[in-house]
Design a protein around this ligand. Structure first.
Ligand code: NIG
Ligand code: FE
Length: 419
């Protein structure tokens, strides 16, 4: 349940606090830019941070004002809670058979053409009840939170009828109400052309007139996404759809350049907050996104799941982009769903600096979701914090995701992590 506590609590001492404050919003980040508070503490009131600073100093203040003390008795490094800015965690069923076919040599797109792929998850998700979907999503949220993810975007997109998309968004809302993890819902009714339609433009027009008004009316999501690809929706159809959604007041995001380019041009032209995937992007697409100020959200979990190349994250940072890293957790291309592990592996391959990788799953991931109240540890921000059992922040990526946070605070409430 969400916190209602209004008392002050001093939490610490921590060997190091990485505040992730005052970092550039886009482009490369040298590790020297990281603010590292040695022997630090955090003063929390209710769900927010009052201040961070040297523990000894904050301790004097705490004793004077009789604040509560939450003592950290072993060496720990504190970071902002992780933000996973792109997931499809609401789904039923497994696509392990697709995976077996892929590792045996069939492509993701071939499998989709022969009845597997996204439409297989659509069938299974349509068949599942709200209660079943709530339970499945809740379990995935439990795991994510225990691994340090305190905010997570979740898309619909396995319904593809008005009622089934509303059902998915309702499931996301129900879980969000009762789970400590904050969920940010996105309507992805434009994930694939459903079997009931033969014309993509007709389907998208139907979504605009029949579904999106209900999503707004019932306050089910403030964001709209579309999959731009030959096998899903064309650039022209996607642009028209996104502009209609924008006119209705939705924020936009796009599945772009996963297998072929085109999606990032759509994202840039439509004024999308982020363009996600980008495995096929080149200098041309990077320049388009830079010009438009679109966040590049890359999804190493999809590259790992499909056995494909990573998005060119180094080139994106050098090209001046704001880079976020997310899991894309879904039953098909990215079943693993481990944000820290995937970010560490991408960072090692793409030669990302520690500061760049950590920002991509905290402060810069917050930008990808237009969230201004989290992602850094600073006065007035949410007390979403994770503590790793180490004295040196460099060990977090060094262990490539195997060092998990031991303590997690969501809005000031303490939750144990995995050990
Ligand atoms: O982001 N590329 C489109 N959609 C998802 C995959 C969903 C699925 O395979 O079920 C993605 O990778
Ligand atoms: Fe995705």
């Amino acid at each position: 349940m969400k916190s209602t506590d209004t008392n002050h609590t001093l939490i610490g001492p921590f060997s190091q606090i990485l505040t992730m404050e005052n970092l550039p919003v886009a482009g490369p980040i040298a590790d020297g830019r990281l603010q590292v508070l040695e022997q630090g503490g955090v003063l929390v009131q209710g769900e927010k941070i009052i201040k961070t600073g040297r523990y000894t100093q904050l301790h004097h203040e705490a004793v004077e004002h009789k604040y509560k003390l939450e003592l950290i008795r072993e060496p720990m490094v504190l970071l902002p809670g992780l933000i996973d800015a792109h997931t499809h965690m609401c789904f039923a069923g497994s696509r392990a058979s697709d995976y077996a076919l892929r590792v045996a040599g069939k492509s993701y797109l071939e499998i989709a053409r022969t009845g597997g792929g996204i439409l297989d998850s659509v069938r299974k998700t349509r068949d599942a009840s709200i209660v079943e979907l709530v339970e499945l999503l809740k379990r995935r949220c439990d795991r994510h939170l225990s691994e340090g993810v305190t905010t997570c975007e979740v898309k619909s997109g396995y319904g593809l009828t008005v009622d089934d998309e509303l059902k998915m968004l309702e499931v996301i809302r129900l879980v969000n109400r009762h789970h400590a993890l904050d969920l940010v819902p996105t309507c992805l009714a434009a994930h694939m052309l459903p079997p009931e339609f033969t014309d993509a433009e007709v389907y998208l027009a139907h979504i605009v007139s029949e579904l999106l008004p209900q999503v707004l009316e019932q306050d089910l999501a403030g964001r709209v996404d579309i999959f731009v690809e030959d096998t899903a929706f064309t650039e022209k159809a996607a642009t028209k759809y996104l502009l209609a959604a924008k006119d209705m007041g939705f924020d936009l995001t796009v599945h772009a350049d996963q297998f072929s380019t085109g999606g990032s041009r759509v994202a840039a032209e439509a004024g999308s907050v982020s363009a996600d995937h980008l495995e096929a992007s080149t200098e041309v697409e990077i320049a388009l996104l830079q010009e438009a100020g679109t966040v590049a959200t890359v999804l190493p979990g999809a590259s790992l799941g499909l056995g494909m190349r990573y998005a060119p994250a180094r080139k994106m940072l050098d090209g001046g982009l704001c880079l976020a890293i997310a899991t894309d957790w879904n039953p098909g291309s990215a079943p693993m769903g481990d944000l820290l592990l995937q970010a560490a592996l991408l960072g090692a391959s793409e030669k990302l600096m520690t500061a760049e990788t950590l920002a991509a799953i905290t402060s810069r991931a917050a930008h990808a979701l237009y969230l201004t109240d989290r992602g850094i540890l600073a006065t007035g921000k949410l007390a979403d914090m994770i503590a790793f059992p180490t004295e040196n922040y460099k060990e977090i990526l060094y262990f490539q995701g195997k060092l998990k946070p031991k303590i997690i605070w969501k809005k000031g409430n303490r939750i144990s992590g995995r050990t």
